[in-house]
Design a protein. Structure first.
Length: 364
């Protein structure tokens, strides 16, 4: 049996296989109110039908100012919880595990959608003031969106917002909560010396820069049932070797600390902290070495994401013990049934049954 289609136990939650749909913003909320729509049900539901073991919903803002765009999902009221419950239930009915990424976009909030240029939105155009550890905007010359350095009460409010969103995600029926601490969004902005210029308990040393991520992870863990896993997505590196920036050694150290806070898996991505913080090359497995580094340095389970497009490639990652979970983004946009096709190619159809409704299409 291919290792990709072996189950993965995290606490008392069993992922039926090692394929996860990466969280991907859909920018598809209609009313600028953060409520899930039919798009989210169909989009996430299709990938559960399509054989993914874990379907992770997109970056979901814990408060309105934490949205990247006005069309992002939110989870700051019970109405938001109720709008998402149907999607979580449908994913479960397909035998997949529903997860949700809890997020705050920090200084990268208040933008138009990618297909409208990802431009900073001025308040007159529906934008808002962004918050960050320090008051430098993204990008550096952004005039339209003011960025304010968070004070102590903002920080306390943020931790509470993550806690409340975790409670609502639990009530909505999600089985995995992922804290988004990557890609230059708010929690990563605290981690990285590139964006964190604070001189209080939340900036300066490694311990102080990582304090907020640890406190948020602990708050989510407190709300999350003991039998369900918590993931944290990090940027394994800032890709800025010439600067005082976040490194893979920092990531390995943080992973151990997050395990102590009750995290169960580190989802290792990279980049995003500044416009020049990205890998030179984005081919197959382009972030796998980062995940491997974290995995070798700690006992915590690790997922790798980036450039995984074939069944054989995902199988090799798991079989060669390079990561516990193969996380697939864009290939799952191109092919919602990537999981079913992978099972077919690897001769694991018994482990990943085609829905009865589709059986005739998969006959040999
Ligand atoms: C993303 N990505 C992303 N990452 C994340 O942590 N939260 C998110 O909400 C999003 N949103 C998002 C939207 C879209 C349309 C894309 C294409 C990407 C990044 C994504 O999860 C993944 O890490 C990268 O796409 C790299 O993986 P692939 O695409 O090479 O498999």
């Amino acid at each position: 049996m291919p290792d990709l289609f072996t189950s993965l136990d995290l606490r008392e939650t069993t992922l039926p296989n090692r394929l996860m749909v990466s969280p991907m913003c859909q920018y598809s909320v209609d009313a600028r109110d953060g409520l899930a729509t039919d798009w989210h049900l169909v989009h996430l539901g299709s990938r559960a039908v399509g054989g993914a073991g874990l379907v992770m919903a997109e970056a979901t803002a814990v408060e309105p100012a934490g949205r990247i765009t006005p069309q992002d999902l939110g989870l700051w009221s019970d109405e938001h919880r109720d709008a998402l419950a149907r999607t979580a239930a449908f994913v479960r009915e397909q035998g997949a595990i529903p997860g949700i990424q809890l997020a705050h976009a920090g200084r990268k909030a208040s933008k138009s959608r990618p297909w409208a240029g990802s431009e900073p939105l001025a308040p007159a155009d529906g934008g808002w003031e962004t918050i960050a550890p320090s008051d430098r905007p993204w990008p550096y010359d952004a005039g339209a969106t003011a960025t304010r350095a968070m004070d102590e009460s903002d920080i306390a409010g943020l931790i509470d917002a993550f806690r409340a969103a975790a409670r609502r995600a639990r009530e909505a029926g999600f089985l995995v909560a992922e804290v988004h601490a990557a890609h230059g969004y708010l929690l990563h902005e605290f981690l990285s010396p590139v964006t964190n210029e604070r001189r209080d308990a939340y900036g300066g040393s490694f311990e102080d820069r990582t304090r907020l991520v640890r406190e948020v992870t602990q708050a989510v863990r407190e709300e999350w049932p003991d039998d369900r896993p918590v993931f944290v997505r990090i940027s394994g590196t800032d890709w800025l070797p010439e600067r005082d920036a976040w490194t893979v050694a920092d990531s390995a150290r943080l992973a151990g600390d997050l395990a102590d806070c009750g995290a169960d898996l580190i989802d290792v991505s990279s980049g995003g902290i500044s416009p020049d913080s990205h890998p030179d090359w984005t081919g197959p497995n382009y972030q796998l070495a980062l995940a491997e580094h974290v995995r070798e340095a700690t006992d915590i389970a690790v997922g790798t994401v980036g450039g995984i497009t074939t069944a054989e490639q995902a199988e090799a990652i798991v079989r060669n013990d390079r990561a516990d979970l193969a996380i697939v983004g864009r290939e799952f946009l191109r092919d919602p049934y990537f999981g079913l096709r992978a099972a077919d190619r690897l001769d694991a159809r018994d482990r990943s049954p085609v829905p009865e409704q589709y059986e005739r299409a998969f006959e040999r």
